[in-house]
Every structure is written in C-alpha cells, then in structure tokens.
Design a protein around this ligand. Structure first.
Ligand code: FES
Length: 239
C-alpha cells in the first residue's frame, strides 16, 4: 500500500460521527449486546439488532457502540461502521425523541407526499436528516414503506400514520409536542424512537398486540375472496 490517503468521491456522504463521543452504554448494555450475539449460531449475524440496541441507548450509532459491537463479534470497527452506514435505519447523528419519516416515492408523491414533506419541514424548521434544536423531532425522507394502499403515509418512530394530509400532519406534530398520547393508524400508542429501537433490537415490550393490526384497504382482498369462496389451495396444488 502506498502512502496515499484514501479519498472518497462522495465527500459529503459522511460516516459515523467520531467527534461526538458521548455515550450512555454501560455494563447492562454490554451484557444485553452479548445476549443478542448469543442468539445466533454465527454471532456476527447479530450485528443489525445490536446496532438497534446501541441506538436505543445512545440515540444514534455512537463510536463507543461501534467499538463494543466490534469487540463482542470479533469484527473490525471498519466492518461495523460499513454496515451501520449502509442501512438508512442506522443514524449517524442523534435522532429526535420522535423520528419522522415522510414517504415521497411514486404513489405517495402522486397522492401528496411532497406537499406533506414540505408542510413538516415548514412546521419544524428543519430539512430531511436534521433534528430540531430541542431534540424533539428528526426528519427523514423515506422510500416506499409498502403501505401504498394508504398513501400518502408518514412514519413516527417507524409506526404508520396512514392517509395523511398537511392538516393532519400539523395536528399530529402539535399533539406530539404537547406530550399527548398519540395512536398510529396501526399498532400500539407511540412512545419514543429509542423505545422502538429497543423493540427492533429484539427486546419485547409486550405491546405487539395493542392497537389495530391491519388497515381496511389491506384486508379488502381477503374479504372479497371470502365473499366469493376463493381459497389458495394446498401448496402442492399450486403448480
Ligand atoms: S409509495 Fe409510499 S408507501 Fe409505497
């Protein structure tokens, strides 16, 4: 290897923020990270849930989180960082108490997703990938959430807010800012992004069965099939 420094073509693509070393990772977190690693026959398979647990504690993928995951899994910190910066669910800077996602992929865009995003930007005074100065909200432009039958959709802490309008978005943000109990269209009442990150890490909060589990549009096909007596047939009859 020559003495040349590595230069990235994507100079603004960013990486883990190594200048922000704040961390709340303690012995309990490390024990839980090891517990996650122990759930898999091949421990590195646990990296994705482990990074979610890091986020639930530090509000982002912190340098200490990268270090601890690498130590536990026998990986290099570069390998851990490479994974953490590949997936958009892993944050390089602190997310807000409530992390908002607005879908602007084709169907949501046609149904008003761009106007929805603009409304949220104007209301909060931030752009996508930014966090409000009070730490209450962060914003992300998200790709299709596989909820096109409810377009346009917003996410709050990865929970669905279906069939949104600018007025509904403003009311939602006001309620969250006021600390009111808010229910997504499907799923349990909203708590915080960090709380949901812990669930995504694989620690059950016991609330999986709360709230509406499926929306009317998603169930319409099942209803039609039942009305007409359609069945899927046994697997070996489908060829
Ligand atoms: S395009 Fe927005 S959920 Fe599919």
């Amino acid at each position: 290897m020559s003495g040349h420094e590595f230069e990235t073509y994507f100079e603004h693509s960013g990486g883990i923020d190594t200048t922000d070393t704040a961390t709340a990772i303690d012995e309990t977190t490390i024990a839980e990270l090891k517990q996650l690693a122990g759930r898999y026959p091949h421990p590195p398979s646990a990296l994705l849930p482990m990074l979610h647990l890091v986020q639930s504690v530090d509000g982002r993928v912190s340098p200490r989180g990268v270090e601890v995951c690498a130590e536990i899994l026998g990986l290099t910190e570069a390998q851990v960082s490479g994974v953490a910066t590949f997936y958009t669910m892993y944050k390089r800077h602190p997310a807000g108490k409530h992390h908002l996602g607005v879908c602007t992929t084709a169907l949501c865009a046609v149904m008003g997703g761009d106007a929805l995003l603009q409304t949220v930007e104007d209301k909060l005074g931030i752009k996508p990938d930014e966090t409000t100065s009070d730490g209450l909200f962060s914003l992300e432009r998200v790709e299709c959430n596989a909820a096109c039958d409810f377009a346009p959709v917003m996410m709050v802490n990865w929970e669905f807010m279906d069939n949104m309008t600018p007025d509904k978005a403003i009311a939602l943000l006001d309620d969250l800012a006021a600390g009111k109990e808010v229910h997504p269209t499907r799923g349990a009442a909203l708590t915080s992004w960090k709380d949901n990150e812990r669930v995504l890490a694989g620690f059950n909060d016991g609330r999986a069965d709360e709230g509406v589990s499926a929306g009317e549009a998603s169930l319409r096909g099942v209803e039609i099939a039942r009305e007409r007596g359609w069945t899927a047939g046994a697997p070996d009859e489908r060829n």
